[in-house]
Design a protein. Structure first.
Lengths: 114, 113
């Protein structure tokens, strides 16, 4: 158990819909990262937050948005869903602001868009 | 931005053999190079990392080497066991709080008994 909690574990929805994925970081970790892993693909960096502020952005689509709340949990919002958005979405946390330490990954949220 | 290339994409070895996975990075300012292991259906987990002030690091059967001049780093697994079967990801990042940890595409390692 990494200490990072992601909900829901599985989500099935239809094209055009909107979903919200939730992440609670490890106790004490201020940085939260979101990664997308499509079938048999690598880990694509989406976005990073540190203590409530956006720190780094990857190839995150405009249809996607995220935020980190004062209690440090984070949400990833995916809207106008397309079939290609089907993937495993990982949240990770670390104590560091910089990306130079271990990331602790949650179990992921598997999104299926039909 | 940073780009990390990883080879091979798949690797099949016999139990007891060694396995080597290689990665190259594009950003010469990168200074942190972790390796993550992802077992089937599980989350990625850090297995070893190396920083740019070190050329080699070992932890039991795994080792990582770094060649800053050539901008490549490698993961070495000796005496492979079936439980080493997994997808391995290399990654790289540069210092600074606004920079990203970029992963390679992954190597699927199969260790056959």
């Amino acid at each position: 158990d990494s200490g990072v909690t992601q909900t829901p574990k599985h989500l099935i929805t239809a094209t055009g819909q909107r979903v919200t994925l939730r992440c609670s970081p490890r106790s004490g970790d201020l940085s939260v990262y979101w990664y997308q892993q499509s079938l048999d693909q690598g880990l694509q960096f989406l976005i990073q937050y540190y203590n409530g502020e956006e720190r780094a952005k990857g190839n995150i689509l405009e249809r996607f948005s995220a935020q980190q709340f004062p209690d440090l949990h984070s949400e990833l919002n995916l809207s106008s869903l397309e079939l290609g958005d089907s993937a495993l979405y990982f949240c990770a946390s670390s104590v560091l602001q910089e990306n130079t330490g271990e990331l602790f990954f949650g179990e992921g949220s598997r999104l299926t868009v039909l | 931005g940073e780009n990390v290339e990883q080879h091979p994409s798949t690797l099949s070895v016999q139990e007891g053999d060694s396995a080597v996975i290689k990665c190259t990075y594009s950003d010469s300012a990168s200074n942190y190079f972790p390796w993550y292991k992802q077992e089937l259906g599980k989350r990625p987990q850090l297995i070893i990392d190396i920083r740019s002030n070190v050329g080699e690091k070992k932890d039991q059967r795994i080792a990582v080497t770094l060649n800053k001049t050539a901008k490549h780093f490698s993961l070495h697994i000796t005496e492979t066991q079936p439980e080493d079967s997994a997808v391995y990801f290399c990654a790289a990042s540069r210092p600074g709080g606004y920079n990203k940890l970029i992963f390679g595409a992954g190597t699927r390692l199969a260790v056959h008994p």
